[in-house]
Design a protein around this ligand. Structure first.
Ligand SMILES: [Zn+2]
Length: 467
């Protein structure tokens, strides 16, 4: 039995804005929360009296939140960080991201995923939805297994020969077979921490057939569908030219939509598309830093929320951010709406909900994590309001504003998944360890060499410069 007591923290359970417990306590056994508050303390006292080993954390002065959930990540792109800064989506994909992804071998992809997972854990992220890449996606699952984080991923489906580079392309049948293989190998692995999702890259990269197959197989298998949608006007125009439909309508025509679908970005949508999203229960992964850096636009989050559309948060890939940091995403999500929709259009409480409970629900993990309550896994982040420059926090009655606006990764003390430490600021945990600087530079060098090597062509997106 693995018993854990965290006591004396301000516990923010995230079920409601007033789910706040000063000097709170959490009792978890074998990674599952069994009791809170007074009951937690008495359960621990009983265990002590029986002579059982209990890991005890005195969290006096600290804040305990559910671990952050990021619903859109590309672990394969971590080694592509600090690439070109001044491009829009399609030229950026064509010139940097796709050639970079295509250059991966199993080893560089494993290292890229390890680096990303270590960064995520250091920022208090405990669960992610990752888009995978076309080949070697086992390496992402292997890194996820070792890291201790809760990871859903799958091979990115890119089966349209007219829009994808030949180096980052898989025939429809091959891509589907690879998905089935990954599902059989990894789904439900590591005690349920690892899950498979069907990941068509975006409508531009995919044939109608693979989009339809991904949707129907996901439904039959009870797994998620994850794709990008309506991030950029040029992308939307390409879909319109091919299908004659608005992007969300096109995806819906092929079966993609509903509560087990997570669409990344969803910035530029018309009234009919918004109605579809609301009626379907499709979740949106809002990635504000990425949207700013790629000049994509501002997601109409308050409008979506007013329609009952579930909105969650993700950092997207490292090269369009260039951080995998939930604090950056929360801050940008909140600040953007102050300009776009007014100063009170999106509260700090709503933003933290997006980064926790809403994210978990979108991933089908609403019964597993996202709030601190009895029966859920002990996926937790312990925050120190006195570290860094977040003080004073005494002007407020609640911790949500400081978490969104003044905290950063420097405020994270430790991150736990299933009650196990995956990151600790003062000691090396057994899991989610970052590769060494030497390993990172060596792998990035190999990737750079292959990416720019002779014979490598740019992606075949039908674009001209300046778009
Ligand atoms: Zn993305």
């Amino acid at each position: 039995m693995r018993a854990l007591l965290i006591e004396n923290a301000l516990v923010a359970g995230m079920r409601s804005a007033d789910d706040l417990h000063p000097a709170g306590a959490v009792w978890a056994v074998d990674g599952v929360i069994q009791a809170l508050g007074r009951e937690a303390r008495s359960a621990a006292a009983n265990a002590f009296s029986r002579g059982e080993a209990v890991e005890t954390v005195d969290a006096e002065g600290l804040w305990l939140f559910p671990g952050f959930v990021q619903t859109h990540i590309h672990l394969c792109q971590t080694l592509l960080r600090n690439g070109p800064d001044d491009l829009q989506l399609l030229p950026w994909l064509r010139t940097h991201v796709w050639p970079g992804e295509a250059a991966h071998d199993e080893e560089t992809l494993f290292l890229s995923a390890r680096l990303g997972l270590a960064e995520l854990a250091a920022g208090g992220t405990t669960a992610i939805l990752d888009m995978g890449t076309v080949r070697h996606t086992d390496a992402i699952f292997r890194a996820a297994e070792a890291s201790g984080l809760r990871v859903t991923s799958g091979n990115a489906l890119m089966d349209d020969p007219s829009t994808n580079p030949p180096e980052l392309f898989a025939e429809t049948e091959d891509a589907l077979a690879e998905g089935e293989r990954l599902l059989a190998r990894w789904h439900g692995g590591a005690g349920g921490r690892l899950r498979f999702a069907w990941c068509p890259r975006f409508a531009v990269s995919c044939t109608d057939r693979i989009l339809r197959e991904a949707a129907s197989r996901a439904r039959a298998q009870g797994v998620l569908v994850h794709t990008h949608a309506s991030e950029n006007h040029d992308e939307i125009d390409l879909v319109k030219a091919r299908s004659g439909r608005a992007n969300i309508e096109h995806l819906r025509d092929l079966g993609i939509g509903g509560p087990t679908t997570v669409l990344a970005h969803v910035i530029h949508t018309n009234e009919a598309e918004r109605r579809l999203l609301a009626a379907d229960g499709t979740a949106v992964a809002h990635c504000p830093s990425s949207n700013l850096k790629l000049a994509s636009g501002i997601c109409p989050v308050p409008d979506y929320l007013s329609r009952g559309i579930r909105v969650t948060l993700g950092a997207d890939g490292a090269p369009c951010n260039d951080r995998l940091d939930p604090f950056s995403e929360m801050r940008h999500a909140a600040l953007l709406q102050k300009i776009a929709a007014g100063p009170a259009a999106l509260t700090a409480w709503q933003v933290v909900r997006m980064a926790t409970a809403e994210g978990a629900a979108a991933l089908g993990l609403g019964d597993v994590c996202g709030t601190i309550e009895v029966g859920k896994r002990a996926d937790l982040v312990l925050l120190d309001p006195s570290s860094g420059f977040a003080r004073p926090v005494s002007w407020r009655d609640d911790p949500y504003g400081p978490v969104v606006f003044s905290f950063d990764r420097g405020n994270v003390v430790e991150t736990r998944v299933d009650g196990e430490v995956v990151f600790h600021r003062d000691r090396r945990p057994a899991r989610a360890l970052a590769p060494t600087a030497g390993e990172i530079e060596a792998a990035a060098g190999r990737l750079r060499e292959r990416k720019t090597g002779t014979g490598r062509r740019e992606a075949a997106l039908p674009l001209e410069e300046g778009t």
